[in-house]
Design a protein around this ligand. Structure first.
Ligand code: G3H
Length: 496
């Protein structure tokens, strides 16, 4: 059970503590933030409402701890990360339980998220010792006009304090995808979890605590965005922000100072289907890509752009698979579970009603109970409907019929987003040309969009983000280059 066994020390009464200076603490605010279970719509957990003063203290200790951590041998840093990964996997059950209760993640997916996170931490430790164990060596005479009198040695050094802000949909995995690269690179880490997902994050952080990381190196501060959100992101002690979430990221990037930013924001991932595509493969990928975790993934298929000549067949195939999706509570490992909040459900409903009013064809009856929305495929969607452009983050998927591939590419590129996209065709030459033409960070050929495997580069363009993630890119992003130049005497100098 969450907050019991080895996790007993992270809770006080019914309020989870925050983590600072190597200890679990109660906030001096005396206030708590409630976490609503999306399924029951009742308070499930409570976390500390930390104050700005507590943020200041965390930043101070993070800064001090980073100095000695940066001097800790790389292999020792890697060893601790491997230990944390093992502890995380050992305690997958209570962490998964928190994911089920806080964000209604289906039971099996919740366990998968924790295991994937452990693997990510281990891989990051391995990758870190390889890429940070190397530097470059340059000589001056390769640049015009120079003699061979300067040798330049470069290495990668940490940035300082990294602020990690993961989203509700992968609170553990997208937290460790920031924590592990930051730590292996010699940074300290301040984590601000999403409110829904905070308890899973606190459990994950305790696994790092149990692994024995130095005091103050990792902190986890919970609370209201209105009280500590801007204060954290604009804090002068922060040297790098890695954020995953929605529009807030755009606001953060405008307010943050002159520090490196890694932002993964929304997406309207398009799925372009050509006439020669294997329609069974497409239908299977639309189901997996569009409806897994009830469509609450930034990489979910969010609009299908299918050639008119095969649209009827494809829609029938997808329709019959939608009918087989199970709908219900996450504890029963249903395919479709309640969306994260009432406001999210209301937003999705707004998109659906707009499409209905403007004449979209509903392939299923629209049904909602509380935050639970039954899966819905909307055919004959047109560009004047909001759902053609906006990101529902729910189990509703629009299909736009296209007369040409160019029309599909045009729709994809007219979006403000550019995270991922996919194209289905048996003609690899066409697939490559379409991939080149689609303005998105990644294009999948004959598969639904996905971030993983976690060492692959992952990036959005336009409003979908800044920078590139994936283990290697994140380690590099959380470092800066340091050069030392050895100046030698002029060539006329003689050794004799
Ligand atoms: O929601 C955003 C995640 O980065 C998507 O990750 O493709 O593994 O589901 P995923």
């Amino acid at each position: 059970m969450a907050g019991s066994g080895v996790f007993g020390e992270i809770i006080d009464g019914d309020v989870f503590k925050y983590y600072a200076d190597g200890e679990w603490k109660k906030s001096s605010s005396g206030k708590a933030v409630s976490i609503i279970n999306p399924t029951t719509r009742k308070t499930q957990y409570k976390v500390q409402a930390c104050t700005q003063e507590e943020v200041n203290k965390v930043m101070e200790t993070a800064k001090a701890a980073q100095k000695s951590w940066a001097k800790t041998p790389l292999w020792k840093r890697a060893e601790l990360l491997h230990k944390a990964a093992a502890i995380l996997k050992e305690h997958k059950a209570p962490i998964a339980e928190a994911l089920i209760k806080e964000i209604a993640k289906p039971a099996k997916d919740a366990v998968t998220e924790v295991v994937r996170s452990g693997d990510l931490v281990s891989y990051c430790a391995e990758e870190g010792v390889r890429i940070l164990g190397q530097g470059t060596f340059l000589v001056s005479d390769s640049f015009p006009g120079n003699e061979r009198t300067k040798y330049c040695l470069t290495s990668k050094i940490p940035l300082g304090v990294v602020l990690a802000i993961p989203p509700f949909n992968y609170p553990v995995n997208l937290a460790v995808s920031k924590i592990a690269p930051a730590l292996i690179a010699g940074n300290s880490l301040v984590l601000k979890p999403p409110t829904q997902g905070a308890v899973a994050c606190l459990h994950m952080v305790h696994c790092f605590h149990l692994a024995g990381f130095p005091k103050g190196l990792i902190s986890c501060i919970t609370g209201k965005g209105s009280e500590i959100g801007d204060f954290l992101t604009m804090h002068p002690g922060v040297n790098c922000i890695s954020f995953t979430g929605g529009d807030t990221g755009i606001a953060i990037s405008k307010k943050a100072g002159m520090i490196p930013l890694q932002m993964e924001l929304g997406g309207k991932d398009a799925c372009i289907v050509l006439e020669d595509a294997d329609l069974d493969l497409v239908a299977a990928n639309i189901i997996k890509g569009g409806f897994s975790y009830s469509g609450q993934r930034c990489t979910a298929v969010k609009v299908v752009l299918v050639m008119e000549s095969v649209a009827d067949t494809l829609v029938e195939k997808v329709k019959s698979k939608v009918a087989k999706l199970t709908v219900g509570p996450p504890e029963d490992d249903c395919d479709i579970t309640p969306v994260v909040s009432e406001s999210s459900a209301n937003f999705i409903e707004g998109l659906v009603m707009d499409a209905k009013q403007k004449g979209a064809t509903f392939c299923q009856e629209y049904k909602r109970e509380g935050n639970l929305i039954w899966p819905l495929l909307l055919d004959h969607v047109r560009p004047d409907m909001r759902i053609a452009w906006e990101e529902p983050f729910g189990p509703v998927l629009p299909v736009i019929r296209i007369g040409s591939v160019e029309e599909g590419i045009h729709h994809c590129n007219a979006s403000n987003f550019g995270l991922q996209g996919c194209v289905f065709t048996k003609d690899i030459n066409k697939a490559m040309l379409i991939s080149d033409a689609m303005e998105s960070g990644t294009i999948q050929i004959n598969s639904a969009p996905a971030r993983g495997p976690d060492h692959f580069p992952f990036q959005g363009i336009k409003d979908s983000g800044i920078g590139s993630q994936g283990i290697t890119n994140s380690i590099n992003m959380m470092t800066k280059v340091k050069s030392t130049v050895i100046n030698l005497p002029s060539p006329s100098y003689t050794m004799g």
